[in-house]
Design a protein around this ligand. Structure first.
Ligand code: GRF
Length: 201
């Protein structure tokens, strides 16, 4: 499948996807990286992988609909079939999400449905959780909702700070995001509405 990755920042999950996709049998060919932030660090990294990387700056549009229409037009022009959000910090409307049914994937740094939204590591620590983690899911109109493809958990340690916990979770993000995307593109999930079942190998 022809894939695109949307970013807003450092792009470490994008890097994990691009690294995985170097394998000849990886089922996604990432052809395009788009950032909504002009100086996102991930743009230069994508360039080093030889992937076309460009900015569509949301601040240059009158409203969300105009921004999303430009984004969608660019994805369609590149014949993209699968879109991966990797630290993309814009909420996407139901209209945009509806254009990519079961073809729009996100990674979130918590064990969803716990800790939707921002500052997940701080909130997990404040709540005294002993386990935390990350989730790859299909995107649905509600934020950080949608059928779960893969999750990975990590222990919360006594001396953890939000940064140390985030770093431990990030290692697992970089593992499960490429795995989940490969499974999705390779037909490894049976998707029926909001129910996802992993096919046995
Ligand atoms: C990651 O923690 C991801 O789960 C969240 O935003 C962060 C992006 O980091 N959605 P990076 O840009 O992939 O390094």
């Amino acid at each position: 499948m022809r894939g695109a990755i949307l970013i807003s920042g450092r792009g470490s999950n994008m890097t994990a996807l691009l690294e995985a996709a170097k394998a000849p049998d990886y089922p996604v060919d990432f052809r395009l990286v788009i950032s909504n932030v002009p100086d996102a660090l991930g743009l230069a990294t994508a360039g080093r992988f030889g992937v076309e990387a460009e900015t569509i700056d949301h601040t240059g549009f009158d409203d969300r609909a105009a921004f999303e229409s430009a984004l969608n037009a660019r994805l369609e022009a590149a014949d993209i079939e699968l879109v991966c959000l990797a630290g993309f910090m814009r909420i996407l409307s139901a209209d945009f999400v509806g254009r990519w049914p079961d073809r729009l994937v996100n990674i979130h740094p918590s064990l969803l449905p716990a800790y939707k939204g921002l500052h997940t590591h701080e909130r997990a620590l404040a709540a005294g959780e002993t386990t935390h983690g990350c989730t790859v899911h299909l995107v649905r109109p509600a934020m950080d909702a949608g059928p779960i493809l893969l999750q990975a958990s990590v222990p919360v340690l006594a001396d953890d700070t939000p940064d140390s916990l985030a770093a431990r979770v990030l290692v697992r993000e970089h593992e499960i995001y490429p795995q989940a995307v490969a499974l999705l593109a390779g037909g490894g999930f049976e998707i029926d509405g909001d129910t996802v079942i992993r096919r046995s190998d």
